[in-house]
Design a protein around this ligand. Structure first.
Ligand SMILES: [Zn+2]
Length: 379
């Protein structure tokens, strides 16, 4: 209601109604507020509370936090066992330091490494590590694409997410009362040759990381193998809260994301690093994509994958973060068009209703990444 009043005060419809206040009654034929009048504008960007639920603050410099403060964001920084990142221990140290600096704005997710998987004591070590991290403030646990794509067991077989030896980890995360952020597989483009990919960001990433470009590795599990393993895992843990990172790797088709969310009521998905794939679809059918956001407004989490590396220039990073956040706001919250080079197209904004933006940009993340319940860490 407050939202509607705010928009009426600002919009032309509001002016018409104010002009009519001296009338004995409002005319029955008064125009309904047009969509634009219930959408936010760029002027609202900095003041509306927002939450970037997928970043990597791998640097203790306060620049990321300062930009988040300036642009009205809370952050969830996700630690991940990624060889191109600093060690998990260093990521952990950065997260704890930044959370101490601004506990209301900076939140973090922990992870575990697969080192020693399958050997005696691995499960107990992971259990103890996750319990300690959640007790010290971690809001979630991340499981990465190395499961299903890199890690092998002692017998030389790839470890898939539905491996029964990973089940105790899922049980532990559930007992701790935090969600599991699952990044399994890759964008569908990963299984296509570079020239057939739909977005330049995928083309660049897989050109730079041929080790993850599955089109070059036909001996590896296919896209559907990885999605299938992930789905079996989620189905086997119906009480576990799962956040499918990067639109659950189903980014190329909002219908598939919808089917995933319909099938798994305890799952949500984040938008990190997949906005261009969504835009690729909305320039072809804007209403379909807009309807998807409205229908699943309680299950979608805004995220970017912004990564502040240890060697990054703080000033440059702040500019990059502001540019990414502003461009995404323009697309999701307003009706303005913008050029998106990654898909070589002018992309009209979705102008989502304010109430939908408030959920996707803030309320859903606050709910999903709430502090672990007291006692969960001992469970
Ligand atoms: Zn990420």
């Amino acid at each position: 209601m407050k939202t509607a009043l705010r928009s009426l005060k600002r919009g032309t419809v509001g002016a018409l109604i104010l002009l009519c206040m001296g009338c004995s009654s409002l005319p029955d034929s008064r125009p309904a507020p047009v969509a634009a009048s219930i959408a936010y504008s760029m002027a609202d960007f900095a003041r509306v509370p927002k939450y970037d639920a997928h970043v990597h603050a791998n640097n203790q410099d306060p620049a990321f936090l300062e930009q988040a403060r300036a642009d009205g964001f809370e952050l969830l920084s996700i630690n991940v066992d990624y060889p191109a990142f600093p060690s998990v221990a260093l990521q952990h140290a950065a997260a704890v330091a930044l959370a101490e600096r601004d506990p209301a704005r900076f939140h973090w997710a922990t992870t575990f490494t697969m080192k020693g998987f399958g050997s005696e004591g691995w499960t107990e070590r992971v259990d103890a590590g996750l319990a300690a991290d959640v007790a010290s403030g971690a809001r979630a646990v991340k499981v990465w694409k190395n499961i299903g794509m890199v890690e092998k067991d002692a017998g030389g077989r790839l470890v898939m997410l539905d491996d029964p030896r990973l089940s105790p980890v899922a049980d532990r995360v559930q007992a701790l009362g935090v969600p599991l952020i699952a990044h399994q597989g890759e964008p569908y483009n990963c299984w296509l040759p570079l020239e057939e990919m739909t977005t330049d960001n995928d083309r660049e990433y897989f050109r730079e990381h041929p080790e993850y470009h599955m089109y070059l590795h036909p001996e590896m599990p296919g896209y559907e193998d990885l999605m299938g393993a992930r789905d079996r895992f989620v189905a086997a843990h119906p009480q576990l809260q799962v956040v499918g990172a990067h639109l659950a790797s189903l980014e190329y088709d909002v219908d598939r994301i919808a089917a995933f969310l319909d099938r798994f009521p305890n799952a949500s998905v984040d938008l990190a690093a997949r906005m261009s794939q969504v835009q690729y679809q909305s320039v072809r059918d804007r209403e379909k994509v807009r309807d998807f956001f409205i229908r699943y407004q309680d299950r979608l989490l805004y995220g970017t994958d912004l990564t502040f590396g240890p060697d990054a220039d703080p000033t440059q990073f702040r500019q990059e973060a502001h540019a990414v956040w502003s461009a995404d706001w323009r697309y999701l919250a307003t009706g303005e068009s913008q050029r998106v080079d990654m898909i070589n197209a002018d992309v009209p904004g979705l102008a989502l209703p304010r109430a939908v933006v408030d959920k996707i940009y803030h309320a859903n993340a606050v709910r999903v990444f709430a502090p672990a319940p007291a006692g969960g860490a001992g469970g």
